[in-house]
Structure formats: C-alpha cells, structure tokens
Design a protein around this ligand. Structure first.
Ligand code: SF4
Length: 96
C-alpha cells in the first residue's frame, strides 16, 4: 500500500514500508472485518513507529496504521492526553 499523504511532512519513511505493493483494502477493512492480516504485515515493519506517529499526529480516523486500529489509536490518544494533563497538574509551583 502507498497512501498519498496530503501534507508537508516528510513521509519518506513510506519507502521502507512493509506494505508497499500490498492491497490497500487490507488496511481499510469494512467495519467488523478482521484486521489480523494487516497487522501481520505491520508486525515486522521497520517504519511502524513513523507510521503510527504520522497517523496520531494527523488524526487518521480510518484504517490500520502502525499496526493499530482506529480504536487502538484512540486509546493511545486518550492515554497521552491524560498523561499530559497529569504532567501539567504535577508541575511544582513557581512560588513555592
Ligand atoms: S506499519 Fe503497517 S501500515 Fe504502516 S507502513 Fe508499516 S506495514 Fe504499512
């Protein structure tokens, strides 16, 4: 698969993707269909982190990116938001 990414980010990591030449439909399954095969392709992908972070940064709502489904990416976004808020709340006061 190779997706035309429509922003100005460096997306050269796609050149090393395991999914090059793989049917894109595999990564955008119908609702309720298995994601197992796509995740298998992602499992050994050397640019998995780049792919996942791209999807998280750009709010990709559909498909398998970095070996994760939409639901799994939503969970990561929530966890990061919670961690960010917790980090803000735990910062020591400057006036102490
Ligand atoms: S992690 Fe998966 S979807 Fe992303 S580039 Fe690699 S093989 Fe393709």
């Amino acid at each position: 698969m190779r997706i035309a990414l429509s922003n100005s980010e460096d997306t050269s990591w796609q050149d090393l993707a395991n999914c090059l030449g793989v049917d894109p439909d595999l990564f955008f399954p119908e609702r309720g269909a298995s994601t197992r095969e796509a995740k298998e392709v992602c499992r050994g992908c050397v640019v998995r982190e780049d792919c996942l972070e791209y999807a998280l940064r750009n709010g990709e709502k559909f498909g398998i990116w970095g070996g994760m489904s939409e639901r799994e990416r939503r969970r990561i976004r929530r966890q990061r938001t919670v961690a960010r808020v917790a980090g803000l709340l735990e910062q020591p006061s400057a006036s102490a």
